[in-house]
Design a protein around this ligand. Structure first.
Ligand SMILES: [Zn+2]
Ligand SMILES: [Zn+2]
Length: 305
């Protein structure tokens, strides 16, 4: 008989006595959290405008420098999301100092995906209630577009449920940047302007951010419908090598749902996981430590193939 897997996240809803109903779960998220949540249609307008600006950028054509800046800003910020917001703030799959924790938070902040507590609270919620219709934050069972980006504009998920991230809420500096997350993209815009003028802003900030958004969203949408399943999990997560290359290792999503406490998502050497390689370098430099690995009994448990 299958044994329950230690995942690093609390038990799923189905095993909780007095489990909440769809109307109850996530109610705390809708509390306003500063100017962004009260900004009405402004965030959505900005979001669509940045997509339109990408068309302008493509029409004008990039220089080699523009492309290099775009690729560089995409890569650095992808690690901010995967190594920072996801594997550290959401899952605590390794340890670090308070100073480097703040560096990871700033890196994630530049990705324009709101603050670390907002991101982690929604992500922990996703793991607890994966693919439960009406409860999960972004299940493709409620429509592919909803899981990809529609949920972001649903007011229900505007706020940060601090109870989900009370381990992070103890740090005032994290609470501050969680509220004033606009500081991240503004900082990045200034850097891009200093490097390449307005063309630098267009490719380093605008195009790179739109690509980064959709790469990140693909894990919430595509990685729950496209790929193979190695482990029998209670959700629809898949492993997909193309998504793993695009997102620095996050495409091993079925591995991740099977054992989300691990700092590595590619469980075997042939499963390329760039985020894990960077984490190993940071560990060798002494900036982070205690990287968690999947134990051998976890690797063998609940296998479908
Ligand atoms: Zn998932
Ligand atoms: Zn996760």
């Amino acid at each position: 008989m299958a044994q329950p897997i230690e995942s690093g996240i609390e038990s799923p809803l189905s095993s909780s006595p007095g489990a909440p109903t769809p109307g109850e779960v996530g109610a705390d998220f809708s509390e306003a959290e500063g100017w962004f949540a009260r900004a009405g249609a402004l965030p959505k307008t900005l979001y669509l405008s940045l997509h339109a600006l990408c068309l302008v950028a493509l029409w004008n054509g990039p220089s080699p420098g523009d492309l290099a800046l775009c690729a560089g800003m995409f890569s650095v910020r992808m690690f901010g999301i995967t190594g920072g917001y996801h594997r550290y703030f959401s899952h605590k799959s390794f340890k670090t100092s308070r100073v480097f924790q703040f560096v990871l938070a700033l890196l994630g902040l530049t990705a324009t995906q709101k603050g670390p507590l907002w991101w982690a609270s929604h992500h922990r919620h996703h793991h607890k209630y994966s693919d439960q219709p009406g409860i999960d934050v972004h299940s493709p069972k409620e429509g592919f577009l909803h899981s990809h980006q529609g949920w972001i504009f649903n007011g229900r998920w505007d706020g940060t449920d601090v109870e989900q991230v009370d381990d992070l809420a103890r740090y005032p500096e994290l609470m501050w940047i969680n509220q004033w997350h606009i500081v991240g993209p503004v900082m990045l815009g200034v850097i891009c302007f200093a490097i390449g003028g307005w063309s630098g802003v267009l490719w380093g900030l605008v195009v790179s951010t739109v690509l980064l958004w959709h790469a990140t969203y693909s894990i919430n949408s595509l990685a729950h419908v496209w790929g193979s399943r190695r482990y029998r999990t209670k959700d629809t997560s898949r492993n997909n090598w193309m998504l793993a290359l695009l997102t620095f290792g996050e495409g091993w999503h079925n591995n991740h749902h099977h054992y989300c406490a691990s700092a590595r998502q590619g469980f075997y050497w042939w499963e390329v996981d760039v985020t894990y390689y960077i984490l190993r370098v940071l560990s060798a430099l002494g900036l982070i430590w205690d990287l968690r690995e999947p134990p051998s009994h976890i690797l063998r448990a609940n296998r479908v193939r």
